[in-house]
Design a protein around this ligand. Sequence first.
Ligand SMILES: NC(=O)c1ccc[n+]([C@@H]2O[C@H](COP(=O)([O-])OP(=O)(O)OC[C@H]3O[C@@H](n4cnc5c(N)ncnc54)[C@H](OP(=O)(O)O)[C@@H]3O)[C@@H](O)[C@H]2O)c1
Length: 330
Amino acid sequence: MAKNTMMRAVQYNTYGGGAAALKHVELQVPSPKQDEVLLKMEATSINPFDLRIQKGIVWPFLPRKFPHIPGIDAAGEVFEVGSGVKNFKAGDKVVAVLFNICGGGLAEFAVAKENLTVSRPPEVTAFQGAALPIAGLAAHECLLRTPGFNYEKTGQQLNLLITAASGGVGQYAVQLAKLGNAHVTATCGARNLDLVKSLGADEVLDYKTPDGAALKSPSGRKYDAVIHCATGFPWSTFKPNLSTNGKVFDITPTPSVFMTYALQKLTFSKKQLVPLLMTPKKEKLDFLLNFVKEGKIKAVIDSIHPLSKAEEAWAKSIDGHATGKIIVEP
Ligand SMILES: NC(=O)c1ccc[n+]([C@@H]2O[C@H](COP(=O)([O-])OP(=O)(O)OC[C@H]3O[C@@H](n4cnc5c(N)ncnc54)[C@H](OP(=O)(O)O)[C@@H]3O)[C@@H](O)[C@H]2O)c1
């Protein structure tokens, strides 16, 4: 790429400030390092983790410096490759996790590590590709950590509860769980009951009803695992709903979740609240992308926003009521 070629990008200069703190800027297109590919971005998606980085919740680790261009999920076309890149060339369509610096996606170009970039088959659109990485990998990780779960549909059927099944992670969790040996109970708002059923959930609870708030299975099941994508439920709500060895994977763990987990480990508790922070892996992303290619999973897209209106996408995510994924395209 010619030096001094400029691109449009959206960045912020300090912690906090929400959507209003996003600034539209013109920057020099980044150069890929030895192990990186430069992507011409086709789409990114917003994750609640992006908002947490902006709030300073992962300070002092992220962002590493200001100004910061947010956006971790990426779908794009390889424009240039670093000198050590072996598996990609200019023109390849890919999906990537911009996890090295935890951002860069809200721009016309972004750099991605080769080891977190996967080829995107022609059957997978840029929007579907951009929706997948963080949300899909988190859902997949919970299932991989669920004792007895498999995608071959073999062995005993497990009873799973998926909370916030209408959200970015939850919608993947329902679809992935139903590819395996699981009966799925899901929670969501009243407006999304039909949608979540259409994703494959066997029974769906409106989280604003008494039974929904108590997480009670309509068919009286006890859950072998809970993929907890909502927030704000105490352990006492989960415990009576779990089977003898039931596990709750809390993907938004607070310090008290880590404390509860440690205490349960010390006391050899069979029912456990497990904090889960997913670490992205290329092989797992490839595995999921194959499901998208085969039409076995498909992201529900809440909305698509142009980069010029990225702050609308950001505000929508902060609002916490997206149905599926929020996409931004340059
Ligand atoms: N640990 C990890 O590696 C990891 C990875 C990805 C995400 N996460 C975390 O996982 C959480 C979910 O992420 P996401 O992307 O799925 O969020 P999201 O898309 O913003 O979730 C929004 C959805 O949640 C529903 N919802 C909110 N409160 C609910 C409740 N009490 N019961 C049932 N549904 C509820 C909303 O429905 P209504 O509009 O009807 O209220 C909305 O459809 C976030 O906290 C995120 O940070 C963690």
